[in-house]
Design a protein around this ligand. Structure first.
Ligand code: ZN
Ligand code: ZN
Length: 262
């Protein structure tokens, strides 16, 4: 419903990552899979989650006599150690192990190094043969027929800096994970409570806004987005203020907001 409300073309979604099997993190999944089916999807969906998720989906479909028109490809997650679970030529996705009351992981989305970008005018100017372009993209110099060496820096520009986004699902405060997310451009971290509820956060294996901000600060991230707020907070400003006192570049995860990774 929310994807529709914000006009997000969900037929473009090909991979779905489910962090853990508390209802607030997956109860909407069956409806989404069903809507994709009803709208005529034929492209596969890759679903990443704990083993239990496959049993839930299989049972739901069996008991409701649902036969999806598209392949649903299930990828079981290992909640004991961080692993790369998806990779293509542009990016990769790895799990981050959370400390929660049930097996739970977050996800780290990283761009992969891309080759240098060719400067078109220079290729024309030096009449560079097509078969040499791949090498030049990877740093080769070019030698003209007259024997003059044109340095790579004159023919190409460096690629854009690689972007990284870390998604922290439900978790206790956990400093051991900091090295794996240091310097990410954007960190989403749960902040279920304010600090006065720190004991409650510990018992339920959640974090406070201050703890989320501490992780952001220690990991030297570019920006922090906090979310997963307890329903007790009608006004979210105390959560935001508490986080900003520790890490200034923080914003609330508000439904419908678009947050660039930069
Ligand atoms: Zn949970
Ligand atoms: Zn939750």
């Amino acid at each position: 419903m929310q994807l529709r409300r914000y006009s997000i073309k969900f037929q473009r979604i090909n991979h779905i990552f489910i962090s853990h099997l508390h209802g607030d993190h997956f109860f909407g999944l069956s409806g989404l899979l069903s809507s994709m089916h009803l709208l005529g999807r034929t492209q596969p969906i890759h679903l990443y989650g704990g083993d239990g998720l496959k049993r839930i989906i299989d049972t739901t479909h069996a008991e409701s006599h649902t036969v999806l028109q598209y392949p649903l490809l299930f990828h079981p997650l290992d909640f004991t150690q961080s692993k790369v679970i998806y990779e293509d030529e542009d990016m990769k996705v790895a799990t981050l192990i959370m400390r929660h009351s049930v097996p739970c992981c977050g996800f780290l989305f990283e761009e992969k190094p891309s080759p240098r970008k060719l400067i078109k005018e220079k290729l024309v100017e030096y009449d560079i043969p097509i078969e040499m372009l791949e090498g030049i993209k990877h740093g080769n110099n070019f030698t003209t027929s007259g024997g003059k060496v044109i340095p790579n820096g004159e023919l190409t520009i460096p690629p854009l800096p690689l972007r990284r986004y870390a998604y922290f699902s439900d978790t206790l405060y956990n400093e051991t994970i900091i090295p794996s997310i240091s310097d990410v451009n954007l960190l989403y971290h749960e902040a279920t409570f304010t600090s006065d509820m720190q004991e409650r956060a510990r018992q339920t294996m959640h974090s406070t806004a201050q703890q989320a901000a501490s992780i952001a600060k220690l990991a030297n991230v570019g920006k922090l987005v906090i979310g997963h707020f307890s329903a007790r907070y009608k006004d979210l400003n105390p959560l935001l203020e508490e986080a900003r006192a520790v890490f200034q570049n923080t914003q609330l995860a508000v439904e419908g907001d678009v947050i660039p990774i930069e």
